[in-house]
Design a binder for this molecule. Structure first.
Ligand code: GLN
Length: 293
């Protein structure tokens, strides 16, 4: 009998629910991850801090309070990412709404954003920034939040994604200009930029089968995958776009596929100088920048 079938009429102890999370999920996820799901869920639905069980080991919760926890548990069993279940995640210490229309922001992408922020620290004048393939808007909004002199444009082909960006801009109290366009056929926007940044789709089909099923089954394929024949299609087009739409001394920043670092760098070499490649916190080639001469 699955623990979810237990019909209880009495209120449960919170620690019993934690045990049920482990009983049901430890066969799918590492135990520490199950702990973190449980604490994220009680934080989100019950506004309880993770140390609550240490302070009050016999805390009882009501039927109404336990319901969303069991609903989350049922979805975790189907390997739906916890960020989509809660509808929220954090990026650069900011809260972002997410759903299946947008990629869940990754910690590696924070490193890209931090690189841009540190390069712009001493910039006093107004700058225009364009984020291509913005998704949840995490890059665009984190930049707008941290660079007060920046006007940030967030571009995506997906209407569903831009709706999320709009909400995230409002909740994070920043102004971001939304642009709906297909970068593969876009030549100009009538604005010259100081910075263009992009984390476009870069996962090849050959890499897809090595990815976890919660990514492949739930995250938007349009934001992740490219064909094996032409995996740098977005990079090539964005390099061209940046070449003609960046100001003099403008900067292009990319998150890249670690296995294609050399090829991606070569694409920049035709038009950009001062090219620099950096590794992410996992030691993989991940972020690339170049300057227009
Ligand atoms: N880094 C992401 C992943 O591993 C991929 C992001 C992208 O394709 N731009 O899932």
């Amino acid at each position: 009998m699955s623990c979810l079938d237990v019909e209880t009429t009495i209120n449960m102890l919170l620690k019993e629910i934690k045990n049920i999370f482990h009983l049901e999920l430890d066969c799918i996820y590492p135990s520490e991850e199950v702990d973190s799901f449980f604490y994220l869920a009680i934080g989100h639905y019950l506004d309880l801090e993770r140390f609550v069980l240490a302070l009050e080991p016999n805390l009882v919760i009501s039927k109404m309070q336990e319901q969303p926890l069991f609903e989350a548990l049922a979805q975790l069993k189907l390997e739906r990412p916890v960020q989509y279940i809660l509808g929220m995640t954090q990026f650069m210490d900011l809260d972002f709404k997410v759903n299946e229309n947008v990629l869940i922001p990754r910690p590696e992408t924070e490193e890209l954003v931090r690189w841009i922020i540190s390069d712009c620290e001493n910039q006093e004048s107004k700058i225009n920034i364009l984020d291509i393939g913005t998704g949840s808007g995490c890059i665009a909004i984190a930049l707008a939040k941290n660079l007060k002199n920046a006007k940030v444009y967030a571009l995506d082909i997906s209407e569903g994604a831009l709706e999320i960006v709009k909400e995230n801009a409002v909740s994070n109290q920043v102004n971001v200009e939304l642009v709906r366009a297909d970068i593969l056929i876009l030549d100009k926007l009538g604005i010259k930029f100081d910075i263009i940044v992009s984390n476009p789709p870069y996962v090849r089909m050959v890499e897809k089968n090595k990815m976890k099923s919660n990514v492949v089954e739930y995250e938007p394929g349009i934001a992740l995958f490219v064909s094996d024949d032409d995996p740098l299609v977005f990079y090539r087009k964005i390099v061209e776009f940046a070449h003609s739409n960046l100001k003099k001394d403008g900067m292009l920043y990319f998150e890249i596929n670690q296995y294609l670092a050399k090829e991606t760098k070569e694409l920049l070499e035709d038009f950009f100088s001062e090219i620099e490649l950096r590794k992410d916190m996992f030691g993989n080639d991940r972020i690339l920048k170049g300057k227009t001469p």
